[in-house]
Design a protein around this ligand. Structure first.
Ligand SMILES: Nc1ncnc2c1ncn2[C@@H]1O[C@H](COP(=O)(O)OP(=O)(O)OP(=O)(O)O)[C@@H](O)[C@H]1O
Ligand SMILES: [Mg+2]
Length: 461
């Protein structure tokens, strides 16, 4: 990998040797003789890696280091110094240098640091990209009054340590609300540990939550740290809490009351300081009536209850949400963002949305996958709703429902691929060669797909 490397040292001889070594290895070299010069150059030239001397007249290397890292957190910095004391090395490490090499410099050490530094830099950049993509993915958008109220409740609940219970139908954004609370809490820099109580089999949930010692039960060959312990000083999100078994409910209650856990197979109690956020789409009061949920646990969980209203009660959010999903999709797939016409938005407003925002998100993605036009119109929306096996828009709009909708990413991908193929085949009167050409895939591949998805030509009527 050819990189742009900045060498900062007040001794011209060092700069020259470094330049030779690095250029010989195929890199582009920038050199600065002082801290001031280095900072200006780093800003102007955005190097991939910096070699930095500590002892320089004027601004000292550690100062340069902290400023460099302050403006560019992904930039890898190697300290080169003749006066390597343990204390300086430690301080440089604390300030974010990843390597400390002593003068006189040897070629092997330098090149080794280059390799490691470049790798680290690209990992850090990738990480940052992923993180910002995640932040967008976890953003709560919408401008209806009822969503604003939810956001206000989030703002109030976040800085307290109180347990929050988030209620609402499937797909309304409960997980997003939980993340928003964590993000604006005092624990924001700590972890957000998520446990889906419905997805973990009954036999495993206790060790998942509380951990176990080695040999606690047959098959416990290694000790396991529980999620509550991992969430110490942080936040735990108990998703689908209404699906927890009575036995687990009792244990969770104890953590909430005593602030301590015991690993399975151990009698040692471990103190934990955990912020609990729970969510469910069940009606917990009804579950209590039926004897399936402990009332005392319910009271402990619902110190601050937050209800997230279904999409049909906040149709005003639809335009903003659509816009948000369109830009998210185009960013993730490197495509120009499409526009939804007002008529298309009207069709969406008229739908029933039993699957709430998740269903809207899926539909928008599907429309974007299947259309390569700049504007998505009402007919496009209706066509997709029909393809879906949903009745077309009647007086009450298309009946959008999650029945038969894909549940996993893979199902969704296959399902959209199938729908896309059917649509393209229709557009080209089921002419396989034409269709294959238009969608730019070999004919053999299209045949394979037809077989894989059992697609047969429809007869008119
Ligand atoms: N206000 C919102 N702004 C942006 N995206 C949202 C919003 N609400 C929900 N979403 C998106 O809709 C999808 C469903 O949201 P989420 O998983 O939080 O719902 P949920 O209530 O936890 O659903 P379930 O009960 O099925 O677990 C997610 O992809 C989420 O990003
Ligand atoms: Mg959820």
């Amino acid at each position: 990998m050819k990189a742009r490397i900045l060498v900062v040292d007040d001794e011209p001889a060092i700069r020259d040797t470094m330049r030779m070594t690095l250029e010989y290895d195929g890199h582009e070299v920038l050199a600065a003789g002082s801290g001031q010069e280095a900072l200006a150059m780093a800003e102007r030239e955005s190097p991939d890696l910096v070699f930095l001397d500590i002892k320089m007249p004027g601004m000292d290397g550690l100062d340069v280091l902290s400023r460099l890292r302050g403006t560019n957190e992904t930039l890898p910095v190697v300290i080169i110094s003749a006066h390597g004391t343990a204390a300086t090395a430690l301080e440089a490490g604390r300030l974010g240098a990843f390597r400390f090499i002593e003068k006189p410099l040897t070629k092997d050490y330098v090149l080794d640091a280059v390799r490691e530094g470049l790798e680290l830099g690209s990992l850090r950049k990738e990480n940052r990209t992923l993180r910002s993509a995640l932040e967008v993915r976890h953003q709560l958008v919408g401008d209806s009054t009822s969503l604003k109220q939810v956001m206000e409740q989030v703002r109030r609940a976040a800085p307290t340590n109180a347990t929050v219970l988030i209620l609402g139908e499937s797909g309304v954004g409960k997980e997003l609300v939980a993340r928003a609370i964590h993000r604006s809490s005092l624990r924001a820099r700590e972890r957000f540990i998520q446990v889906n109580c419905a997805a973990i089999p009954e036999e495993l949930i206790e060790s998942e939550l509380f951990g176990h010692e080695r040999g606690a039960f047959t098959g416990a060959t290694e000790k396991q740290t529980g999620k509550f312990e991992m969430a110490d000083k942080a936040t735990i999100f108990l998703d689908e809490v209404g699906d927890m078994s009575p036995k687990t409910q009792a244990k969770v209650l104890r953590v909430l009351q005593e602030g301590e856990v015991e690993r399975l197979g151990s009698s040692r109690t471990i103190k934990v300081d955990v912020r609990v956020i729970a969510a469910t789409n069940k009606d917990l009061e009804e579950e209590i009536q039926e004897g399936r949920f402990r009332e005392d646990l319910y009271f402990r969980l619902s110190v601050i209850p937050i209800s997230v209203p279904p999409l049909r009660e906040r149709l005003d959010d639809i335009p903003t949400l659509v816009q948000h999903f369109v830009s998210q999709f185009s960013r993730e797939n490197n495509r120009r963002p499409a526009r939804f016409t007002p008529a298309a938005l009207d069709v969406l407003r008229a739908a029933r949305w039993r699957g709430n925002i998740r269903e809207l998100e899926n539909l928008v993605e599907r429309l974007l996958i299947m259309s390569d036009r700049d504007a998505i119109d009402a007919d496009d929306v209706k066509a997709v709703a029909r393809l879906d096996g949903r009745p077309a828009a009647g007086p009450s709009g298309p009946a959008m429902s999650t029945a038969g909708a894909p549940g996993t990413l893979r199902e969704f991908k296959e399902w959209s691929e199938r729908a896309f193929l059917v649509q393209k085949l229709r557009e080209h009167d089921w002419n396989i060669s034409r269709t294959a050409e238009v969608i730019d895939t070999p004919r053999s591949n299209l045949y394979k797909k037809l077989e894989q998805y059992a697609i047969k030509q429809e007869t008119e009527g």
